[in-house]
Structures are given as structure tokens and as C-alpha cells.
Design a protein around this ligand. Structure first.
Ligand SMILES: [Zn+2]
Ligand SMILES: [Zn+2]
Length: 236
């Protein structure tokens, strides 16, 4: 790990212990650094459940970002495991990238400002046939129009109010808002096999475009229930 130490020191940052630290800080320039595992495509950098020597220090680093205005940077680390199954850093790239810190339900994510949310939403697929044909990259219309039955069943169960924030388009906009809502598909495309059949109660949720875009800000998307818990916490 000597070279990782060299890299971190070369950008003016330090830590409590070069062996077990998960994150680093530069107090002069007011930024913290987290390693970002290649296996965490959604930008996950810390979970409360990750027990280890590094946890308290990393929570303090998170606090510096959330409360003291420090910025967050990440560098890519490659995942492997030790013989007893603990995560081990196989390698890293000495490249720092500026990120935004997002916390949802005891997890912290480092996200980029430039994620194309519109594209993520447009690519959402409810119709397994479309997925199997491998056409997911080319879908530009709302794919639910192709599976009106699943969408209809979802809306019969949940109604046309946003499942997360309860926004009601008819109430706010009048008749022109009647029956307008996005329907979000919760199952990750990667989990959909040949046998997949959409479950309108568990896999689909009506969302307003605001909540829908926020859910897709992390990719793969965060869970609908986690976003719901998050806005409740903040509203208190
Ligand atoms: Zn909403
Ligand atoms: Zn969605």
C-alpha cells in the first residue's frame, strides 16, 4: 500500500493510519478523499454497516463535507477479496474526481454532476420482450406505453398520486393534470432474465417527474422506499 500513501500525500492529504484508513483529508484545501470500488457502479462510498477501524474516521470525513463545506473527491479502487472474504484493494488509479455527496438511508454515495437522468428514465423498460431483444439502449419513448396492462394495474393499485411525495397533478393543475404520472420500474434491468414477468404491485410505482428524476440520479437507481424514508426524515 506504499504507493497509495505516496499518491494521497502527493495531493496534500493524510489520515490517522495508512493501513486501515478508508478515507483521507486535506485541511488546507478543505477536501476529503474516498476510494470508490469498481464494483460499486452506483457510487456507494460508505455504509454504516461497514464495521472496521476506518468507519469512525470516514464518518468524520463525511461530516466535514455535510457540515463544514469540505468538497468530496474520489479515486477508483479495484476490488478483490482476502482468503477470509474481506475486501482487499487490488489496485487503484491515481486520479481524483470531484463528486457530490448524497446520503440515503445509512448509505453515502459520491455522484457526478453530469449524470443524464433523462436518458436513464427513457431507457427504463417494463416490457421483457424489449429487453430480450437487446433494444434497451435505443428506447426513446416511455416503454410503459408498450405494456399498458402492467401500467394500468399499477395505477389501479396506487392511484395517480406520486408514491413518494403524494403530488397530485389533477389537484394542482386542474383537468389538464388528469391521470398524468410517470410509472417507475423498480427491478434492475440486469436482474431481468428470460422468465421475467413484471409484478405491478412490487415492481412498479407511480412517481411524479421530480421524484422519478431524483431516484435515477444514482445509477442503478435508489429504492423507492429509501427515497420515501429520506424525505420523511428531512421533513421532520
Ligand atoms: Zn413525487
Ligand atoms: Zn424510473
Amino acid at each position: 500500500m506504499a504507493s497509495r500513501k505516496k499518491f494521497i500525500e502527493s495531493v496534500g492529504a493524510t489520515c490517522a493510519n495508512w493501513y486501515w484508513s478508508w478515507s483521507f483529508v486535506n485541511h488546507q484545501e478543505r477536501f476529503v478523499i474516498f476510494g470508490l470500488w469498481d464494483v460499486h457502479k452506483n457510487g456507494l462510498i460508505l455504509e454504516k454497516q461497514w464495521n472496521g477501524h476506518g468507519l469512525n474516521q470516514s464518518l468524520e470525513h463525511i461530516r466535514l463535507v455535510q457540515e463544514n463545506g469540505y468538497t468530496l473527491k474520489t479515486f477508483p479502487i479495484k476490488y478483490s477479496q482476502t482468503d477470509n472474504g474481506n475486501p482487499r484493494i487490488k489496485g487503484f488509479d491515481p486520479i481524483l474526481t470531484d463528486k457530490l455527496l448524497v446520503s440515503v438511508s445509512g448509505c453515502w454515495y459520491a455522484i457526478s454532476d453530469d449524470i443524464d437522468v433523462e436518458e436513464a428514465i427513457a431507457e427504463e423498460v417494463v416490457n421483457p420482450e424489449i429487453f430480450i431483444e437487446g433494444a434497451t439502449k435505443n428506447i426513446s419513448v416511455n416503454a410503459y406505453e408498450r405494456n399498458p396492462k402492467a401500467r394500468k394495474e399499477c395505477l389501479e393499485i396506487y392511484g395517480y398520486k406520486c408514491f413518494v411525495c403524494h403530488f397530485d397533478f389533477k389537484k394542482t393543475y386542474g383537468d389538464i393534470g388528469l391521470n398524468f404520472i410517470h410509472v417507475h420500474h423498480e427491478v434492475a434491468l440486469a436482474d431481468i432474465g428470460q422468465e421475467y414477468e413484471v409484478d405491478p404491485r412490487n415492481d412498479l410505482k407511480p412517481l411524479c417527474p421530480n421524484c422519478h428524476a431524483i431516484i435515477h440520479r444514482i445509477h442503478p437507481p435508489i429504492k423507492v422506499d429509501d427515497l420515501k424514508k429520506n424525505i420523511k426524515l428531512l421533513a421532520r
